[in-house]
Design a protein around this ligand. Structure first.
Ligand SMILES: Cc1cc2nc3c(=O)[nH]c(=O)nc-3n(C[C@H](O)[C@H](O)[C@H](O)COP(=O)(O)OP(=O)(O)OC[C@H]3O[C@@H](n4cnc5c(N)ncnc54)[C@H](O)[C@@H]3O)c2cc1C
Length: 299
């Protein structure tokens, strides 16, 4: 059987060839490619073992809030839509087993309802649970990795693997345990008890984010890593008076220098031009070249 037929024959897998992928990232740069929407862990196991046996590469997209897809994706794009029993978040538990595809906004809503201490650390971050764990997403209140106990992954051969989290498992905005080709399917997250001040803390932090970040625009979060913690990239871009500067439908956000906003049909080339312009100016005035924080496949 040909690869296409094998993929089409799988239950709980939707195989969409040359699909428009523009809406699969928050930045929404034009993109297309072969998409596999996977709706169960068993289906993911079968899909990965088929792709692995055929030597085909793939890329996982969660909410696409920290990655940019190129105009034409060469790899299969895997998007998870795993089942979730909403009863799990109806009451307080010591530990929660959550599927990777659930948006972490559901966890924040639960923390607001019951006052779960610790869960304020990921307030307002657009992410799937799996993407947040992969990136060890966090704010200046803390990181999600400090709350995760165990992670279940599917290996490229289609086997289930469990990682027990230790103090070495996460670093700043990265995990140290997902091996190439592995896909996070679920994880156990805990909390630090109940605290009645948490709901207000979360609401205040959401307000603060709304004021300081262009959250209603199409963007990919922070484009560059901060060269040093005390030297934020956005501040440096601001000092060079580059806020508001743009190319076509893309511009540096007037609100936050480390964000770029796509006002319509911005392209990959325009993104590259703006990155080059910022790096040219940085090098010229400060002798610094920024490193990208946003993930760009094949680069
Ligand atoms: C407006 C805005 C504000 C943001 N603010 C913050 C912030 O305050 N703090 C912060 O940390 N980040 C922030 N980000 C970045 C982004 O939200 C985080 O990095 C988030 O964790 C990305 O999750 P995702 O589901 O979108 O992952 P994606 O962007 O889809 O993927 C990110 C990486 O994780 C991998 N991945 C995703 N899911 C899986 C999986 N199930 N198994 C294996 N690998 C996987 C992908 O292949 C990719 O390499 C912001 C982004 C935006 C657009």
């Amino acid at each position: 059987m040909k690869l296409k037929e094998k993929l089409n024959s799988l239950n709980d897998v939707e195989f969409l060839e040359n699909e428009n992928l523009t809406s699969y990232t928050t930045f929404k740069l034009n993109s297309e490619g072969d998409l596999l929407k996977i709706k169960s862990i068993e289906a993911l196991q079968k899909t990965l073992s088929i792709l692995n046996a055929e030597n085909k590469s793939y890329l996982i997209v969660g909410w696409g809030a920290n990655q940019i897809l190129p105009a034409k994706c060469e790899e299969f794009i895997i998007y998870l839509e795993l089942p979730f029993d909403s009863q799990i978040l109806q009451s307080v538990k010591d530990e929660y087993l959550i599927p990777a595809s659930l948006g972490i906004n559901y966890l924040t809503a639960h923390a607001v309802k019951f006052g779960l201490k610790g869960w304020e650390v990921f307030t307002g971050i657009p992410a799937s649970f799996g993407g947040a764990i992969y990136m060890n997403a966090g704010t200046n209140l803390g990181e999600i990795g400090s709350l995760v106990k165990k992670v279940q992954l599917i290996t490229p051969e289609g086997k289930l693997r469990e990682e027990v989290i230790s103090s070495e498992s996460f670093s700043y905005r990265k995990n140290n345990f997902v091996k190439p080709g592995e896909v996070i399917v679920s994880a156990v997250i805990t909390h630090l008890g109940l605290d009645e001040t948490i709901p207000q803390k979360i609401r205040d932090y959401l307000e603060y984010r709304k004021k300081t970040q262009p959250l209603s625009t199409k963007n990919c979060g922070c484009v560059f890593k901060n060269p040093l913690k005390e030297l934020p990239a956005g501040k440096l871009i601001d000092l060079l008076q580059l806020k508001g500067v743009g190319v076509g439908d893309l511009r540096i956000s007037p609100r936050h220098g480390n964000f770029m906003e796509n006002s319509g049909k911005a392209s990959w080339d325009q993104f590259q031009s703006l990155v080059n312009l910022i790096n040219f100016e940085m090098d010229h005035f400060y002798g610094i070249e920024f490193e990208l924080e946003v993930k760009i496949p094949y680069h």
